[in-house]
Design a binder for this molecule. Structure first.
Ligand code: SF4
Ligand code: SF4
Length: 402
């Protein structure tokens, strides 16, 4: 098995078994400094507004009940098989190449293999996100036949008790590991993801060991998202600032603060990727649930080229247009600022959000151990009292000569 190096990227801990960079949802990582020809391609497609990557929630039905789930199923029919086929044709025609199929649980759709098979016939590169608990040998055979770029699943804990507490289902760890092993035996590339929560952070190192023993790509992330309707149950389980800082320090990956440029983007939202919901609604991305249009009423190409929200994001979403973040004393440490979470948290597309502030402060603590941590403008505005070694925005201004 390859030696698995540990490194941190964009507020997450990443373990991978090869030099290949992680290929997450590209919208989140605005490609400022292309690492390779794929990044250079993404950067060009972003400038030309080609919808290269589409993340498609095929269903909101799921057999688990995870504590951090952000899906809010609506009381309306999900897209039919025929509607999905039609959308696939439209995406192929619009220039989409990378299709990330997710849920809910994709395998709970009776026609999943029909849709995924049609997607492969049309030449899409498939990423599949599943909780892996429904994978039997027969299903693993069919998944392998699709030849996906990778299958992603969640590792919710290193022990059965923790995994079950996070997933809300019994025997979840055993079922996930069985599914993962069935895929690996068939040569499918698997990536495991863990959202670190107060419920599982004590098993952080054990989960890394488990991923290493499996030989899979592995990432631990800190970003907790409010649900699609803005409710924030998962936020109750977010790591404290000190827990985040401890996780970053334990990871030991160096972090270099970076000065944002006024014209740089915090992410690539709206440039070359979007999200389709199970009901056919197009959104700018997985977090930003401002509808761009419905595929039940408009063709994809028309939504992609004319939707006001997409046009606005393309034109305006630069650091200089983010008043709180641009003047933030620790914006050089901020990796996780997300327009979608800002919008869900405060209704402000151009604002910061408290989870990103906390993450940036954890980074600050990692790089400047023992130093007082500056409060952010957003925290000051929201009345979040300085605590745990955080000094007020006024005091930070004089202390740090800001
Ligand atoms: S708004 Fe958030 S989820 Fe959407 S692309 Fe940007 S960082 Fe990613
Ligand atoms: S205000 Fe918060 S979200 Fe904005 S740059 Fe500062 S730390 Fe990041």
């Amino acid at each position: 098995m390859a030696n698995i190096p540990l490194h941190l990227s964009l507020g997450s801990v990443t373990v991978d078994s090869a030099a290949a960079p992680d290929r997450g949802f590209p919208g989140c990582g605005a490609v400022m400094e292309p690492r390779d020809s794929y990044d250079a391609l993404l950067s060009r497609l972003g400038k030309e507004h080609v919808p290269f990557t589409v993340l498609w929630e095929l269903t909101h039905i799921c057999n688990l009940n995870c504590i951090m789930c952000y899906n809010v199923p609506l009381k309306q029919p999900e897209l039919s098989t025929a509607e999905c086929y039609d959308i696939l044709e439209q995406l192929a025609e619009a220039g989409t190449l990378r299709l990330i199929l997710t849920g809910g649980e994709i395998l709970s759709r009776h026609d999943f293999f029909d849709i995924a098979g049609r997607a492969r016939e049309l030449g899409f590169a498939l990423d599949l996100k599943t909780n892996a608990t429904m994978i039997t040998p027969a299903i693993a055979d069919r998944l392998a036949e699709l030849a996906p770029v990778q299958v992603e699943a969640s590792l919710l804990g290193a022990t059965p008790e923790t995994s079950d507490a996070v997933s809300g289902a019994r025997h979840s760890l055993e079922r996930v590991l069985r599914g993962v092993k069935l895929l690996l035996e068939r040569g499918v590339r698997v990536k495991l993801n863990t959202l670190l929560l107060d419920l599982n952070v004590h098993e952080r190192a054990q989960m890394l060991d488990l991923a290493q023993s499996l030989g899979v790509y592995y990432e631990q992330v800190l970003k907790v998202s409010p649900a699609d309707d803005g409710s924030d149950v998962a936020g109750l389980h977010q790591l404290s600032l000190m827990q985040m800082a401890d996780a970053l320090v334990a990871d030991q990956t160096p972090f270099t603060p970076r000065q944002p440029a006024p014209a740089a983007r915090t992410c690539g939202v709206g440039l070359s990727s979007c999200l389709i919901s199970p009901y056919g609604v197009v959104y700018p991305c997985i977090e930003l649930r401002i509808p761009a249009g419905s595929l039940r009423r408009q063709p994809f190409r028309e939504i992609w080229t004319t939707a006001p929200i997409l046009q606005r994001l393309r034109a305006n979403h630069t650091w200089a247009n983010l008043p709180e973040c641009w003047t933030c004393p620790i914006n050089t440490y901020c990796e996780g600022r997300c327009a979608g979470i800002a919008w869900k948290e405060h209704g402000d597309l151009y604002g910061g959000h408290l989870t990103a502030c906390q993450q940036a402060q954890a980074r600050y603590a990692q790089v400047n151990p023992g130093q007082p941590i500056p409060q952010t403008p957003l925290q000051a505005k929201m009345g979040v009292a300085p605590a745990f070694g955080i000094v007020s925005i006024e005091e930070s201004a004089s202390r740090f000569n800001l």
